[in-house]
Design a protein around this ligand. Structure first.
Ligand SMILES: CCCC/C=C/CC(=O)SCCNC(=O)CCNC(=O)[C@H](O)C(C)(C)COP(=O)(O)OP(=O)(O)OC[C@H]1O[C@@H](n2cnc3c(N)ncnc32)[C@H](O)[C@@H]1OP(=O)(O)O
Length: 394
């Protein structure tokens, strides 16, 4: 990641507006209120509002704002195109240049519209009411409920396909620690929205500490090791209710769950080689055991995406349900499980996990160590840059 980290840091220092542009997506913004025209005063007010935003609007929005600001104040892009390795300035140039001959007035209006659309509710969900749940549970990225003997931890960043950002890693650990001590019998992880989770939030790589990129890679490895460790040590049956596609770490962790129920909409994808990365979540150990070394190789090295049915045939998924009846069938079953005698359930989990625990911790440490090196590689840098600049998706 060295090159990308460096580039992002440079951009954070050199962005000419008050915004810090930290990634490179280029999206043409169209005028959406042609009848209205923002005044210079509206424009200046919007610039001030941006400075007051409590929540980081994200890299893509910041880049759009940068491009519109330049277009509104200077007109069409008039700078020479930066070299291909000058990643940040090239991204900024691309964004500005993509606005073509959009008139200054229209750019000003689009800037004002974009700022007024930025609200704290950017990540609201269509399936749960996060406002009330968040307040009662103190989680920003999760909804955690406990009833009928079941603690349910729901990934709640549906607009980001439940990508796991740094805050979410910490909140999942906190939720698991609380669930391990509460009076529930089983704990369930699921996703809000159309995805179970798209895995690690790739923008995690843009937040660089004062010690630089090596420190970032080291911190990430420490975080990952602690995070996966919580799954290894979790003392109660841990069930995944996989409501939709799952990517990366949200898939590999499934090897540490006690049962995995999937909608037939779900898919399972671990594109580590494509991302210049390597397996985590103990999958280098659990997957070959669960599904045979060759099938694990197809997934973990060659990035073969499995359907829910295929994942079930390989033993990664316990059972697949039609999406139309998925929630009803699964929750009926889970509620029945949660009526079992708590001590017997907990002791049986311990008997099953006990002889593997030490081995799993060793594997986890090794995987994190290898990944720490991978995150500093050009292969990983390029993959992340390509995703953030919208050049590639899975
Ligand atoms: C510190 C510990 C590190 C542990 C390491 C773990 C390794 C992994 O987990 S590797 C897997 C990483 N995940 C990916 O590479 C997935 C990247 N995302 C995609 O390819 C696509 O977003 C998608 C195929 C998941 C969905 O495509 P679709 O067209 O349906 O939706 P989008 O418009 O792309 O997504 C909506 C929105 O969400 C943002 N987003 C989705 N996934 C991620 C992600 N993993 N990281 C960051 N952002 C993500 C996407 O950018 C869109 O955002 P905007 O609406 O702002 O454009």
């Amino acid at each position: 990641m060295a090159m990308a980290y460096l580039a992002w840091r440079l951009a954070q220092r050199s962005c000419p507006s008050s915004l810090q542009v930290t990634s490179f997506p280029v999206v043409q913004l169209h005028m959406n209120r042609t009848a209205m025209r923002a005044s210079q005063k509206d424009f200046e007010n919007s610039m001030n509002q941006v400075k007051l935003l409590k929540k980081d609007p994200g890299n893509e929005v910041k880049l759009k704002l940068y491009a519109l600001y330049k277009q509104a104040t200077e007109g069409p892009c008039n700078m020479p195109k930066p070299g291909v390795f000058d990643l940040i300035n090239k991204a900024k140039w691309d964004a500005w240049n993509a606005l073509g001959s959009l008139p200054k007035e229209a750019a000003r209006q689009n800037y004002v519209d974009l700022v007024s659309s930025l609200s704290p509710s950017l990540e609201s969900s269509s399936q749960v009411e996060p406002g009330t749940d968040r307040k009662s549970t103190g989680f920003e990225t999760l909804v955690v409920t406990s009833e009928d003997g079941i603690t349910k931890i729901t990934f709640n960043r549906p607009k980001k396909k439940n990508a796991i950002n740094t805050e979410m890693y910490h909140e999942i650990m906190r939720a698991l620690k609380a669930a391990s001590k509460d009076d529930s019998i089983i704990t369930v992880l699921t996703g809000n929205g159309d995805y179970y989770s798209s895995g690690n939030d790739l923008t995690n790589f843009t937040d660089i500490p004062p010690g630089g990129v090596e420190e970032k890679a080291e911190n990430s490895a420490v975080l990952l090791r602690e995070f996966v460790g919580c799954f290894i040590d979790f003392p109660k049956p841990l069930i995944a209710v996989v409501n939709g596609p799952a990517v990366g770490i949200s898939v590999t962790l499934l090897g540490l769950f006690d049962a995995v129920y999937a909608s037939d909409r779900a898919t399972f994808h671990t594109p580590f080689s494509h991302l210049g990365q390597s397996p985590e979540g103990c999958s280098s150990y659990t997957f070959p055991k669960i599904m045979s070394p060759a099938k694990a190789t197809e997934m973990l090295i060659f990035g073969k995406k499995l359907t829910a049915g295929e994942a079930c045939a390989q033993g990664l998924v316990t059972e697949v349900f039609p999406d139309s009846t998925f929630q009803k069938e699964v929750w009926t079953r889970l509620k029945a499980f949660a009526k079992l005698p708590p001590n017997a359930v907990r002791i049986s989990k311990e008997v099953i996990r006990k002889r593997e625990r030490e081995k799993l911790h060793t594997v986890n440490a090794e995987e994190c160590n290898v990944l720490q090196g991978r995150w500093l590689s050009d292969e990983c840098t390029n993959a992340v840059v390509n995703f953030l600049s919208r050049k590639s998706k899975l």
